[in-house]
Design a protein around this ligand. Structure first.
Ligand SMILES: NC(=O)C1=CN([C@@H]2O[C@H](COP(=O)(O)OP(=O)(O)OC[C@H]3O[C@@H](n4cnc5c(N)ncnc54)[C@H](O)[C@@H]3O)[C@@H](O)[C@H]2O)C=CC1
Ligand SMILES: O=C(CO)COP(=O)(O)O
Length: 336
């Protein structure tokens, strides 16, 4: 199988390493848009900017330049870019004959001053809009790039409306260190992947303010409830939220110190501005860009998401960090 990964950040690189170490021989190319970065990776046989200290396997080739020539030769195209670049890539790849899958977890961003009622889309909705003929899907689930790149055991979920696409994803990545489960519920998988990032900002804040383990467990549990409410209202299945891309990724991201979204919350608790927090990461934290859209979509379908609402107020500078918890605790009592 010939796999092309587009986007050489932490996650694209980790998944390219994972596919290239698969016991069944694969040819894996990792395409970087920055030619200087590609040359450096070729020389060092590592991605020192995004995944320092992890050597590339022999079957991984780093490429740059004319991407469409690379696309022609691929049996599977994996988009490893952030959500913000997804739309432009799907437009470029709309006539592609091979399946295209994405790794990004988020909803399209909306500007703070966007007209009321405007909202961004989930990745599969963007695909339906700009490239409906593509055979496409998403790969998601609890997975820190550094652990996947070091071949530490990981389980992912392959979501697609096309059975042959999820089967291809399973055969591309399922191996000794990685299990890949298929799931037809792409709405549930994408809602889980996007909302857990927003909730991880909240738990980072909670832990940074030393509010305790009880508070963190409450945020994770009530966060799962609001994620599930939104997903079901958008057409997802409840069970998906008990799976890898729901509870699994929420627990990982909300409690794991490798998470960039959690780190944003920790940095805000330290008194950093949002800009300082985001700049210091050196990687994308999708929750920062998705939170407003998650809330807009929730309001549109009449779903309450108090934790997300609090995170949005914080990110928009409408609520001081120290008042965020009182904001949540002051809510009227209700049934669980
Ligand atoms: N890092 C992780 O552990 C995981 C990340 N993800 C998701 O994967 C996505 C990417 O995350 P990371 O790789 O960690 O981000 P990153 O910040 O480490 O790297 C992003 C990469 O995308 C490239 N890029 C940006 N715009 C591009 C464009 N238009 N064309 C081509 N390349 C472009 C950047 O140059 C950079 O190499 C995010 O949506 C993230 O939520 C999902 C699972 C795990
Ligand atoms: O999606 C991830 C783990 O599954 C990575 O989370 P962060 O983007 O918060 O690092």
């Amino acid at each position: 199988m010939n796999i092309l990964v587009i986007g050489a950040g932490a996650w694209g690189t980790a998944m390219a390493i994972s596919a290239a170490t698969h016991p069944d021989k694969r040819s894996v190319r990792l395409w970087a848009r920055d030619e200087a970065q590609a040359r450096q990776m070729q020389a060092e046989r590592a991605n020192s900017r995004y995944l320092a200290g992890i050597a590339f396997p022999d079957a991984l080739q780093v490429v740059s330049g004319d991407v469409m020539a690379q696309v022609q030769e691929a049996d599977l195209i994996v988009l490893g870019t952030p959500m913000a670049a997804l739309r432009q890539w799907l437009i470029r790849l709309q006539d592609c004959r091979s399946p295209v899958v994405w790794l990004c977890k988020g909803f399209e961003a909306v500007a703070a001053d966007a007209p009321a009622g405007s909202h961004g889309l989930m990745a599969h909705e963007v695909c339906q809009q700009v490239a409906p003929q593509l055979r496409s899907g998403a790969l998601s689930g609890p997975s820190f790039a550094a652990e996947v790149a070091r071949q530490q055991p990981t389980a992912l979920v392959a979501a697609s409306a096309h059975k042959d696409v999820s089967e291809l994803l399973v055969s591309a990545f399922h191996g000794e260190a990685m299990r890949v489960y298929a799931n037809e519920d792409i709405v549930g998988v994408e809602v889980g992947g996007a909302v857990k990032n927003v909730l991880a900002i909240a738990t980072g804040l909670c832990d940074g303010l030393s509010l305790g383990l009880n508070a963190r467990a409450a945020l994770v549990t009530r966060g799962l409830a609001e994620m599930t409410r939104l997903g079901v209202a958008l057409g997802a299945r409840v069970e998906t939220f008990m799976g890898l891309s729901g509870l699994g990724d929420l627990v990982l991201t909300a409690t794991g110190d490798l998470s960039r979204n959690r780190k944003v919350g920790l940095l805000l608790a330290e008194g950093k501005t949002l800009e300082q927090a985001v700049t210091s990461l050196g990687h994308v934290a999708e929750g920062v860009y998705s939170a407003r859209t998650v809330l807009a979509r929730a309001r549109q379908v009449g779903v309450e998401m108090p934790i997300t609402e609090t995170v949005v107020a914080l990110l928009d500078g409408q609520l001081p960090v120290t008042e965020a918890v009182q904001h949540l605790m002051a809510r009227d009592p209700r049934g669980e």
